[in-house]
Design a binder for this molecule. Sequence first.
Ligand code: ADP
Ligand code: ADP
Length: 221
Amino acid sequence: RAIIELSDVSKSYATSGHIAMPLCGITASVPQGAFITITGPSGTGKSTLFRLLTRLEEPDKGRIVYQGKPLSDWNPPELRRNLHYVFQVPILFPGTVADNLDYPTKIRGGKLEKQEMQKLLDRVSLPRDYLSRNVGELSGGEKQRVNIARSLSLAPDVLLLDEPTSALDKKTTEHIEQEIRNYHAKGHTILWITHSPEQATRLGNIQWHLEGGRLKERTIK
Ligand code: ADP
Ligand code: ADP
């Protein structure tokens, strides 16, 4: 069963005299529970695809359906709770790590217990005492780990990851990969953009390669 279906989706941008056409008539579907890795040269529309899926932008043409319902019928906040975009550059607000981890739950009227926040830190291999650290003092890689932990706190059905490990060292990368695999094993659907063909093959069961506006699909396992 497909959780996401794209039919003939196009998106272009007009910029200072020329037109960039990152996506040109893309048709593809994401099976429920798939782990899709997305590769392609820089500037080929990988992030654009994620922005379309989360309705940060609208396609010029074509149709996207999530859970059997056209994307245009979803209200964006509800959609983004289910289909969550982990931006490549972590967007944290000033405050402590705990403030940031708690935020998605808090704005939905809930509260994360300290123990739950500590478990989220364990999952991204950050020390538990980081809860009280100010995010302004963290390194880029640590910010990315807080960013991922915060996304996991919402337990979205579909996780969209935009080169999540590109700024991380090998050990942390392995840890994050394992965490996302565990998340996938629980039945969640993963879309992961990577610049590494090796990582794409290692992690994915389906690979989407974007180039020249087109999408080529390959079954890995
Ligand atoms: P990728 O994630 O594969 O590196 P992007 O999806 O970020 O690529 O961008 C695809 C193309 O669209 C690039 O040529 C980029 O310059 C262009 N583009 C993306 N966003 C905009 C925008 N808001 N305005 C103009 N051009 C854009
Ligand atoms: P909500 O998603 O319920 O609106 P958030 O705190 O997650 O609340 O996001 C606030 C706003 O920031 C969103 O409405 C959206 O514009 C942007 N945003 C944050 N996280 C995401 C995400 N993962 N995907 C897309 N947009 C996001």
